[in-house]
Design a protein. Structure first.
Length: 299
């Protein structure tokens, strides 16, 4: 979070990745996707910015605990509001139902772990980006059964906003991107790779993919070895395009992306629409990122 004096004068507004904060009111400008029945969805710092801090942009943590640096990974504590926090390697993470006892816990208690056999295909070397997908289906069970073939994403968000993690670890690699396009061709910084005579489009795409993989990020797009995929459930209706994402999906998507950005030190520049980096159906990811308010110019 940083001070933004251009909005309401000096010291009267602060901006962060997904929200704007007015310190005079102690309120956000937009609805928090992580809500609780005992406080407003516009509340910040658990309605007490003097006592609480919010280092991860998720939920208020009392300053004594946050500043102490104490606790070991896996430790939990309960604050005066009954909220339970678990110590992770990036700080205290709020849990909705206590700490996890799994060897590979989810990023947050809100995420439902549903490990699909066959979905994981190795380990991600380094998380460089997040790729947004659509399923062309509204049946979570059917979609996750399809992941058994080896093609799927680490996360799935259904129409009701439920978040499913389909791999044991977030950094389990999945086959979700396909052959990546040339980023320098998109920006006009290199010559277009020409298709050889008699070469199929599939072979051409794979040849380009092999060339791109040798480059360093961000001069190339992220691919399977370096990215996390999020599938948003939604049907493609031919000429009418993709059905709109639901409000529940928007809240869940912002929530999950915030967690991943905090965990892997990513920004909005590291979020990609599937169709922009690979050869996929137009609007697959773009309609989602637009709804989430991620105004990334993809090139």
């Amino acid at each position: 979070m940083e001070k933004d004096d251009e909005i309401n004068g000096e010291g009267n507004s602060y901006t962060a990745e997904f929200w704007q904060y007015d310190p005079r009111l102690g309120r956000r400008w937009n609805v928090d996707p992580l809500t609780y029945p005992w406080q407003s969805s516009y509340a910040a710092f658990n309605n007490n910015p003097i006592y609480y801090i919010d280092p991860l942009g998720l939920e208020g943590v009392d300053q004594e605990t946050a500043n102490s640096g104490g606790g070991n990974v896996g430790d939990t504590y309960e604050d005066e509001n009954g909220s339970v926090f678990e110590k992770s390697d990036i700080g205290w993470i709020p849990q909705q139902s206590g700490g996890s006892t799994e060897s590979n816990p989810t990023l947050h208690g809100r995420i439902k772990k549903n490990v699909i056999s066959g979905a994981a295909r190795g380990t991600i070397k380094k998380v460089e980006g997040i790729v947004i997908h659509r399923t062309d289906s509204n049946d979570p069970k059917q979609t996750m059964n399809g992941f058994k073939s080896g093609k799927g994403t680490q996360f799935l968000i259904d129409r009701e906003g439920n978040i499913f993690q389909t791999t044991n670890s977030v950094t389990d690699k999945t086959w979700h991107v396909g052959a990546i396009k040339s980023r320098c061709e998109a920006t006009g910084d290199c010559d277009i790779l020409k298709k050889n005579s008699g070469e199929t489009w599939k072979k051409y795409a794979l040849r380009q993919h092999k060339i791109e993989k040798k480059k360093d990020y961000p001069t190339r797009y992220p691919y399977n070895d370096t990215s996390i995929g999020i599938e948003f459930m939604g049907k493609h209706n031919g000429k009418n395009g993709w059905e709109p994402v639901t409000e529940d999906q928007i809240k869940a998507g912002v929530f999950l992306i915030q967690l991943l950005q905090n965990r892997y030190n990513l920004t909005n520049d590291d979020i990609y629409n599937h169709e922009d980096i690979s050869r996929k159906t137009p609007g697959e990811g773009g309609d989602v990122t637009k709804a989430l308010g991620i105004n990334q110019v993809f090139n």
